[in-house]
Design a protein around this ligand. Structure first.
Ligand code: IMP
Ligand code: MG
Length: 174
């Protein structure tokens, strides 16, 4: 069986949209600083590009959560693989994710982070698949709403591969 990647969103489209979101965040957080919480590994490419486009003071931290297994479906059981280094007390936290799919991972993480006394917690995702949602999650900034297809690139993987693609694509098999 061979694999190909069909382009869904080009590098230019993704980068243009990230620039717009960065400008919006800079406006919304004017006079404040923003603490970006990257959800590894998928959120890392997006967070780096986004951080460069934000003009208010930015601090960064990283965490890693995984749903068990390496299949293309989220199991709903969230495991914290790596926790944050810094406390969140009184910070304006902006969680940066690659994709919100079922919403299970994010609803768990947002609750956990909200319990640590931040001034605010918001969510920014590059991609959203609203059709797949099983849990209510409030998304504050969305790059693109996409149909229910399994996508790779810009941090997103298929069995750990394709994260480094500079665009968003769909893996096809023949
Ligand atoms: P959830 O279903 O919203 O909990 O999504 C959990 C995680 O599944 C996401 O953070 C991604 O790492 C992964 N995921 C969901 N949809 C896709 C996809 O289309 N491509 C690659 N990873 C995905
Ligand atoms: Mg992820």
């Amino acid at each position: 069986m061979s694999e190909r990647v069909r382009v869904m969103l080009t590098e230019q489209q993704v980068n243009d949209r990230i620039k717009e979101i960065g400008e919006q965040i800079s406006k919304d957080y004017a006079g404040k600083s923003v603490h970006l919480v990257c959800v590894l590994k998928g959120g890392s490419f997006f967070m780096c590009e986004l951080a460069k486009r934000i003009t208010v003071p930015v601090t960064l931290d990283f965490m890693s959560a995984s749903s068990y297994g390496s299949s293309t479906k989220s199991s709903g059981v969230v495991k914290i693989v790596k926790d944050l280094d810094e406390p969140l007390k009184d910070k304006n936290v902006l969680v940066v994710e690659d994709i919100v799919d079922s919403g299970r991972t994010l609803s768990y993480l947002l609750k956990m982070l909200g319990d640590r006394g931040p001034a605010s917690v918001k969510l920014c995702t590059l991609l959203d698949k609203p059709e797949r949602r099983v849990t209510d999650v409030k998304v504050d900034y969305t790059g693109f709403e996409i149909p229910d297809e399994f996508v790779v690139g810009y941090g997103l993987d298929y069995d750990q591969r394709y994260r480094n693609l500079p665009y968003i694509g769909v893996v096809e098999f023949d």
